[in-house]
Design a protein around this ligand. Structure first.
Ligand SMILES: Nc1ncnc2c1ncn2[C@@H]1O[C@H](COP(=O)(O)OP(=O)(O)OP(=O)(O)O)[C@@H](O)[C@H]1O
Length: 200
């Protein structure tokens, strides 16, 4: 007998909102989590067909001689140009979609989580059954990012924030909102959503 397909739940949030932290709490409760942004990086470095497409589009310089991604080249020649960002996304997103679909078929759980920074911005939330937005005040997010990534400065963080939907819009689109300010406990909020997802 085949087990029923798990419910697909997206978890997102602006930079530094704590979506990875919250996703890790769900995974401690035994819920499988697909970290889409990490997986996209892995696929760019390891999927032969995606690597070939990237080389064909942006040149052999996209990879170093040892086969690893040439981050310096991509940062200055691809990620700095909006049209090229769209192009590379049009190569990476289908690869992630296929990889996610393969991964889902192997999961035995009432629901699984897909963690991604741009779930609403890319429209990929439409392929999911439910969504969770992790929300935190901007000031707290910036403080936490500067602590986590000391190499970043506030301007770089604001540049990323400007490319993301505002928190209020994401809260309106999401089925569930987890508040991650300093005075809110995460685990009770995770338990409540977990119970709704397994009973609904
Ligand atoms: N409730 C909290 N209290 C204190 N620190 C927190 C809390 N939640 C998250 N953090 C810390 O804030 C930082 C950002 O959290 P996390 O990496 O989970 O965010 P994210 O939304 O996944 O970020 P990004 O979009 O950059 O990947 C991390 O260092 C994390 O440990």
């Amino acid at each position: 007998m085949t087990s029923p397909k798990p419910k697909l739940v997206g978890i997102t949030g602006g930079i530094g909102s704590g979506k990875s932290t919250v996703a890790k709490i769900f995974s401690i409760f035994g819920i499988p989590v697909y970290f889409a942004d990490d997986r996209a990086k892995w696929l760019m470095a390891n999927d032969p067909s995606l690597k070939q497409q990237i080389c064909d589009t942006f040149g052999q310089e996209s990879y170093l001689e040892n086969g690893s991604v040439n981050r310096t080249f991509l940062a200055s020649h691809v990620f700095s140009d909006e049209e090229k960002v769209k192009k590379i996304n049009s190569l990476v997103h289908p690869a992630v979609k296929r990889d996610f679909e393969n991964w889902v078929t192997a999961q035995k759980s009432p629901y699984i989580l897909k963690e991604a920074a741009l779930l609403f911005e890319t429209g990929s939330y439409k392929e999911l059954d439910k969504t969770i937005n992790v929300s935190a005040p901007l000031k707290i997010r910036i403080t936490r990012i500067l602590l986590r990534d000391p190499h970043r400065n506030e301007k770089q963080i604001h540049d990323i924030i400007d490319k993301q939907l505002p928190d209020e819009e994401k809260n309106n689109l999401a089925n569930f909102v987890i508040k991650n300010s300093d005075n809110k406990l995460l685990i009770p909020q995770v338990i409540k959503i977990h119970q709704e997802l397994i009973s609904g």
